[in-house]
Write a protein that binds this ligand. Structure first.
Ligand SMILES: Nc1nc2c(ncn2[C@@H]2O[C@H](COP(=O)(O)OP(=O)(O)O[C@H]3O[C@H](CO)[C@@H](O)[C@H](O)[C@@H]3O)[C@@H](O)[C@H]2O)c(=O)[nH]1
Ligand SMILES: [Mg+2]
Length: 268
């Protein structure tokens, strides 16, 4: 463990070569010299073999504190984030996407919030925040449906966000067993952590409003499989939180809401 590193920024990445250089340079530029000295940037790539490794190597040679972990046996956004957290040095852990939908310029605010709160949440649901008008309508519907289904599980403003931070001690120290209960399937790792980590009842979450951008390079990896993984994750979380009877009721409500969302999407 490096004593100089206070903040670790973890970026799950899959086929993101074209986004690596702009994200890295914009991030360290936004951090400025003092924050930069205390920050490491870690890409967790699932063997994209698209030149991402060489791209990171170039940036590291230029002096940026950046490295890339390539996993060859595992796949998935959530598990990549957990892998990055485990293999990082900072006490303050931040997660963001590679595709610049999470503006690197907001990271200093996120880190400030994370020093003050156990959990920092980049939120798209706050006054004055607008979703990029180019974000496709079907993604908005899916996102709203997913958010609705998570309402009984957390009071967080945007549990679907992939832009969040957590203090290391809440992952591994406050309850060393908590990490073993975390579901590492799918995309919604923030929801999982919010629902299961031993966070304090009061003032646990520091919201940081941000405007969600659109991807300009590469493609989204959201697939039907990921959506079904989300429904499985919800079922487990309902069970974890409310027990057996509520699980059955929850499943019925979930199915109805899911069908409603699909029908709405299809315009039926
Ligand atoms: N290592 C790894 N990274 C992955 C994988 N799948 C996706 N990623 C990375 O995870 C990030 C988000 O993936 P996108 O494909 O861009 O997801 P999205 O559909 O735009 O979803 C995003 O927006 C949601 C909010 O609407 C977020 O909830 C979600 O976390 C993600 O940020 C990107 O950096 C992408 O490269 C994977 O299997 N392995
Ligand atoms: Mg994206």
């Amino acid at each position: 463990m490096s004593k100089d590193i206070k903040f670790s920024v973890i970026v799950p990445s899959y086929h993101e070569k074209l986004n690596i250089e702009p994200l890295t340079t914009r991030l360290f530029q936004a951090l400025g010299p003092e924050f930069s000295k205390q920050t490491e940037l870690i890409y967790v790539d699932d063997n994209s073999q698209d030149g991402s490794v060489e791209e990171v190597q170039k940036l590291s040679e230029k002096g940026y504190n950046v490295r890339i972990i390539v996993r060859t046996k595992e796949r998935g956004l959530s598990s990549a984030v957990l892998h990055g957290f485990k293999n990082s040095d900072g006490q303050y852990l931040l997660c963001m996407d590679a595709d610049l939908q999470h503006p690197p310029e907001v990271v200093p605010k996120m880190l400030d919030s994370l020093v003050e709160h156990p959990f920092a949440l980049g939120t798209r649901y706050a006054k004055g925040v607008e979703m990029d008008k180019n974000w496709p309508i079907y993604r908005r519907i899916i996102s709203s449906g997913a958010r609705l289904l998570a309402l009984p599980l957390t009071s967080a403003s945007d549990p679907m966000s992939g832009f969040f931070g957590v203090q290391r001690k809440y992952l591994y120290e406050v309850d060393p067993n908590a990490i073993n209960n975390i579901n590492d399937k799918g995309f919604k790792i923030a929801l999982e952590l919010l629902a299961k980590l031993p966070l304090p009842k009061k003032d646990a979450i520091g919201d940081v409003p941000f405007s969600f951008g659109v991807r300009t390079e590469g493609e989204s990896k959201l697939s039907g499989k990921v959506m079904f993984q989300y429904l499985g994750q919800l079922r487990d979380l309902y069970c974890y939180k409310f027990g057996g009877f509520h699980l059955v009721m929850g499943s019925i409500v979930l199915t109805l809401l899911f069908l409603g969302t699909v029908l709405l999407y299809l315009g039926v």
